[in-house]
Design a protein around this ligand. Structure first.
Ligand code: NI
Length: 131
């Protein structure tokens, strides 16, 4: 572990401290690690590297064909989909979390196809990394 001094303008330091508070980080060092890591992950996704992540979907399973269509799309990416968890939130709504791994562009494409399905109430791709 290396130590180094950081000079920051007041407003940036305020931002850093609000990040510490918002994410309940133990200190500023952890906040800087968090930012570097997030930046690294964004670069990996932009550079179409091998990454991992999670697609979160909420939909009404009564909507015509949405489950079949979602399944059909997922079967186009057998090597990208690691696991699917389906939870029945209430009488209408289902929450699905799909763990994915592979080339960033392919995962983004899969997420876009699912999120844009007719009847999808909410969809989001959480971008993470392999290593
Ligand atoms: Ni359900």
């Amino acid at each position: 572990m290396k130590r180094f001094g950081v000079s920051l303008e007041d407003n940036l330091l305020k931002e850093l401290d609000s990040l510490v508070e918002k994410h309940q980080l133990p200190n500023r060092s952890q906040a800087i690690r968090f930012l570097i890591r997030r930046n690294q992950i964004q670069d990996k996704w932009k550079g179409n590297e091998e990454v991992s992540g999670c697609i979160v979907l909420v939909y009404d399973h009564h909507k015509r064909d949405i489950i079949n269509k979602s399944m059909h799309i997922q079967h186009d990416y057998p090597n990208s989909v690691l696991a699917v968890q389906h939870v029945h939130l209430d009488h209408h709504n289902c929450l699905e979390t799909i763990a994915v791994k592979g080339k960033a562009k392919k995962l983004q494409e899969l997420a876009d196809r699912l999120i844009s399905l007719k009847g999808m109430k909410h969809g989001e791709l959480v971008m993470s990394t392999v290593g």
